[in-house]
Design a protein around this ligand. Structure first.
Ligand code: ADP
Length: 393
């Protein structure tokens, strides 16, 4: 059964087509600069990359181009072969604790939740509507970034603010990166050989969040009401004292919007180092002796270690720590610096085993109190799995 896994943004659309249940990727790709000049797309088929330029006036043109490519490349013979399309949807609020078959009611609810994710939900819905129109016979499934975290208890998700903010306006911690943390929960449980386990999933990429996972369920997570909470990230501040916002507005004369833009785009690695949001550039600058780059890395590592320690206590011990996403999968230096600070918890790792990137591996030593894994995440296959399951119901 052929299934498309889709992640639609305001000007981009990423996709993978799977043969399910084998989970074989038949083709993947990304359409970029939709609605802008110089549109382009790249496809990957059998390890071969193809790049093409094409004006992509809107999402309909992108999806129609995708369909034409699927037919031209003989991935499908006819549109009827695409039985289901799974869409990544960012915000499901408290309404969705799992993936759902999309109908008009779901669209309306996701639209209503746009208040909570004004940049993402409307863009995701453009993707949904376009696929519904162009592949009307396929089951459309919505997979929410927030859904996995709906198992958090109030003591984990409530902010200590006036309770009516929660009741009236939905002010609470929602958490994000749910498809990734869920993938890690499943895969790590497989590697540990037990479902009833205590895991910290460290999804550290350009954006980053940690998730405390107990018995396969999200127990706590570092992102909050929005994805700019918790860890320091490439260009996001993560958690700060909210009072600094009016203070900086007053001092700089900037509007609230401008200060939020600074907290989202000009903070984190790029804000502290003044160099880049990309940890590769930071590592290079550190090697050249740049002090601010070194400082940004120290703050980054400190934040991550703080959360691991916190989750160690919240979960009353840990079976495993997992590193994933761009930095977690690739930066041996960051992993090493984090793990060195966890020695006080009895964490021990093998420096040679840690000297690699981008594959699944156990890097802790047999006498370590907590197992440490690197597991490349796969959010797309999670979408494909849920979509396959719901399409067959
Ligand atoms: P996103 O949050 O956008 O999905 P990714 O998970 O793909 O991001 O992570 C991208 C980030 O991963 C880059 O910005 C960079 O900081 C980091 N990264 C990627 N490759 C490496 C590497 N070889 N060494 C160190 N960091 C890397």
């Amino acid at each position: 059964m052929k299934i498309l896994s889709v992640n639609a943004g305001s000007s981009s659309l990423k996709f993978q087509m799977y043969e399910m249940p084998e989970e074989k990727v038949l083709i993947s790709g990304v359409f970029e600069r939709i609605g802008l000049d110089n549109g382009m797309y790249t496809l990957k088929i059998n390890g071969e990359k193809i790049k093409k330029e094409k004006d992509l006036k809107d999402h309909s043109v992108a999806v129609q181009t995708l369909i034409d490519e699927l037919l031209d490349n003989k991935i499908i013979e006819s549109l009827d072969e695409i039985k289901a399309v799974g869409h990544r949807l960012v915000h499901g609020g408290e309404k969705y604790a799992e993936s759902v078959v999309i109908d008009q009611d779901v669209i309306k609810t996701v639209e209503e939740l746009s208040d909570l994710a004004p940049l993402h939900n409307p863009a995701n819905l453009i993707g949904v509507r376009t696929f519904m129109e162009l592949i009307p016979n396929a089951t459309q499934v919505g997979c929410f970034d927030t859904a996995f975290h709906q198992t958090m208890k109030p003591e984990a998700f409530l902010y200590p603010v006036p309770y009516e903010w929660y009741e009236k306006y939905g002010v609470r911690k929602y958490g994000f990166h749910g498809m990734s943390h869920n993938y890690i929960a499943n895969r790590c449980a497989e590697l540990l050989g037990k479902k009833d386990s205590k895991i910290v999933s460290c999804h550290i990429g350009n954006g980053g969040s940690l998730c405390a996972i107990k018995d396969g369920k999200s127990f706590d997570t570092s992102m909050g009401f929005t994805p700019n909470a918790g860890l320091m990230m490439g260009s996001r501040s993560g958690g700060i004292d909210a009072t600094l916002i009016p203070y900086v507005m007053q001092k700089t004369g900037k509007s609230m919007e401008e200060v939020f833009n600074d907290l989202n785009k000009n903070s984190g690695f790029v804000g502290v180092s003044g160099i880049s949001s990309d940890s590769r550039d930071i590592e290079d600058a550190i090697a050249e002796g740049n002090e601010r780059a070194k400082l940004s890395q120290e703050i980054y590592v400190q934040k991550i270690v703080n959360y691991i320690a916190r989750y160690f206590v919240e979960l009353q011990g840990l079976d495993a720590i997992v590193f994933t996403a761009g930095v977690g999968e690739n930066s041996k230096a960051t992993r090493a610096e984090i793990l060195d600070k966890l020695e006080c918890l009895g964490v021990k790792y093998d420096k040679e085993l840690n000297d690699f990137r981008g594959e699944e591996r156990l890097i802790s030593t047999p006498d370590s109190s907590i197992k440490v894994y690197v597991i490349p995440t796969d959010e797309e296959v999670m979408i494909a799995r849920d979509t396959y399951r719901l399409a067959n119901k």
